[in-house]
Write a protein that binds this ligand. Structure first.
Ligand SMILES: [Zn+2]
Length: 136
C-alpha cells in the first residue's frame, strides 16, 4: 500500500486552538474585518485570491491595481486601477493588520449591482445596493 505524504489536517485546527491569550484579546477588541491582505508583486492567481483576501499589486514601487473578490455574494474577481495615470483610479491604504481602506467607493455593474466602501477591511454598503446582496 502506498502512503501519500500530505499535510496533517489537524494542523489548522491546532493553530486555531493555540491562539495566545494576547492575540485573542486583540482580535476581540478590533472590529471584525471582511477583507485583509497586503501588497503583492504580480497579479494574484485565482487560487491566491480567496474570499476575504485583498491584494494590491505593486511592482517597482509603483502601485498598479487592487484585486479582491466581490463581497456581494457572487465572488467575482474585482480589479481596480491604483495608478494615478489611469482614469478612474483608486487609492488603497493598509493598516497594521493588513486591513485595506479604499477610496473612492466600488460599484459592481454585473448581476450583483452592489456598491460599497471598504474601510479598515470592513465592507460598508451604500444605500443603492439592493437588499438581496446585503442579506447574504
Ligand atoms: Zn458580486
Amino acid at each position: 500500500m502506498v502512503r501519500r505524504s500530505r499535510v496533517d489536517q489537524g494542523d489548522a485546527r491546532n493553530t486555531g486552538g493555540g491562539l495566545s491569550l494576547w492575540r485573542r484579546i486583540l482580535l476581540r477588541l478590533s472590529p471584525r474585518s471582511d477583507l485583509a491582505g497586503g501588497y503583492i508583486e504580480r497579479h494574484p492567481s485565482p487560487g491566491e485570491l480567496t474570499p476575504g483576501r485583498f491584494l494590491a499589486v505593486r511592482s517597482g514601487g509603483i502601485e498598479k491595481s487592487a484585486c479582491f473578490r466581490c463581497p456581494g455574494g457572487c465572488g467575482q474577481k474585482i480589479m481596480r486601477a491604483l495608478s494615478p495615470r489611469r482614469k478612474p483610479y483608486w487609492t488603497v491604504f493598509f493598516d497594521w493588520r493588513g486591513r485595506p481602506t479604499v477610496s473612492p467607493s466600488v460599484r459592481q455593474t454585473n448581476a450583483c449591482v452592489c456598491h460599497f466602501w471598504i474601510k479598515r477591511g470592513s465592507v460598508e454598503w451604500c444605500r443603492d445596493t439592493p437588499k438581496r446582496s446585503a442579506e447574504r
